[in-house]
Design a protein around this ligand. Structure first.
Ligand SMILES: Nc1nc(=O)c2c([nH]1)NC[C@@H]1CN(c3ccc(C(=O)N[C@@H](CCC(=O)O)C(=O)O)cc3)C=[N+]21
Length: 300
């Protein structure tokens, strides 16, 4: 801890933090089972055979299993019609054992994602993508039933890292419905001064250099460079970009939206990819399922 020369950033270990959270969730699931003889259930709908989607879905199922959350699964071929997907969602809406429904995105081309997601009943929208949940996220005095998992995971990482958020300048890079925009809303709820930079922003580097906290969610490999980052800033990297790498067994490796090797020389703390936000997304999904299960089981 020599204060005289600058150390490299602390690595925020999302994998370990996520596994702590999953153990906490398992404890609560066990308590529900003991008290009510019921556990939360998550239904995952996957359409088509994208390899990355199958990997994520496999990880979600395994995480559910370990936490004692019952998992349901519907796999439809890429040729399935939108009507079939809607019917699958309705079936899970009506199933009392299911407390959360996740339709894995992206859906095959030609399918209307908005329409499919809008079919998920509000009480089971554990992804937090329903317009009413997003709307409440944006409003003072309102709490959504569910906050979207990835942004919630980012804030949880910051909190468990001990980063004080109130009054800090937070810059979110990217404005997607599922990460950038809701991340900005959540950070505002934590009393950050939030700026969102996006593809049309003039001089994003200048704006990022003012940030105490950067959430990088632009989907562009290693876009956030060392000279975008103020000394001592805390960096949350949401990116999962695969880049070809013949030296790897899989033929590719994952890199974030941040130039990790360089940025860690100036930041005070940074999340790695993999092992940062990704595992937290899954932990927050389980957390949302648990909350949903608790609400429904207490009512029953
Ligand atoms: N309805 C819906 N909800 C989602 O939450 C959703 C989705 N669709 N579509 C795709 C994205 C992506 N996503 C990830 C989840 C976990 C990791 C994760 O755990 N990644 C590991 C590495 C995994 C690997 O090695 O491939 C890590 O970062 O350490 C990454 C990405 C959820 N998504």
């Amino acid at each position: 801890m020599g204060a005289s020369h600058s150390a490299e950033a602390a690595i925020i270990d999302g994998k370990t933090i996520a596994s702590t959270i999953r153990a906490e969730i398992k404890g609560e699931v066990d308590a529900l089972r003991a008290k009510h003889g019921k556990v939360p259930g998550l239904a995952v709908v996957i359409v088509g055979d994208r390899k990355d989607s199958q990997t994520y879905v496999r990880m979600k199922r395994k995480a559910c299993e370990e936490a004692g959350i019952e998992s349901f699964h519907a796999e439809l071929p890429a040729s399935a019609s939108e009507a079939e997907v809607l019917a699958t969602v309705r079936k899970f809406n009506a199933d009392a054992r299911v407390h959360g429904i996740l339709v894995q995105l992206p859906l095959p081309k030609g399918m209307n994602e908005e329409r499919v997601l809008a079919e998920i009943s509000l009480e089971k929208d554990v992804d937090g993508f329903h317009p009413e949940n997003i709307g409440k996220l944006a409003m003072k005095g309102h709490e959504p039933l569910f906050a979207p998992c990835t942004p919630k995971g980012c804030v949880e990482l910051l909190k468990r890292n001990g980063t004080v958020l109130s009054g800090k300048n937070a810059v979110v890079v990217g404005r997607s419905n599922i990460v950038g925009m809701p991340a900005a809303m959540l950070l505002m709820k934590e009393d950050c001064t939030v700026t969102v930079v996006h593809s049309k922003t003039r001089d994003p580097k200048r704006i990022c250099r003012e940030a105490d906290v950067i959430v990088a969610a632009c989907g562009s490999a290693e876009m956030v460079k060392k000279d975008w980052v103020k000394k001592g800033a805390v960096i949350i990297d949401v990116g999962t970009n695969s880049v070809d790498d013949k030296t790897k067994k899989a033929g590719y490796r994952l890199v974030g939206d941040v130039d990790f090797a360089e940025v860690k020389k100036v930041a005070s703390a940074i999340t790695p990819v993999p092992g940062g936000v990704g595992p937290m997304t899954i932990a927050m999904l389980l957390s949302n399922c648990l909350d949903s299960g608790k609400r429904a089981i207490a009512k029953a």
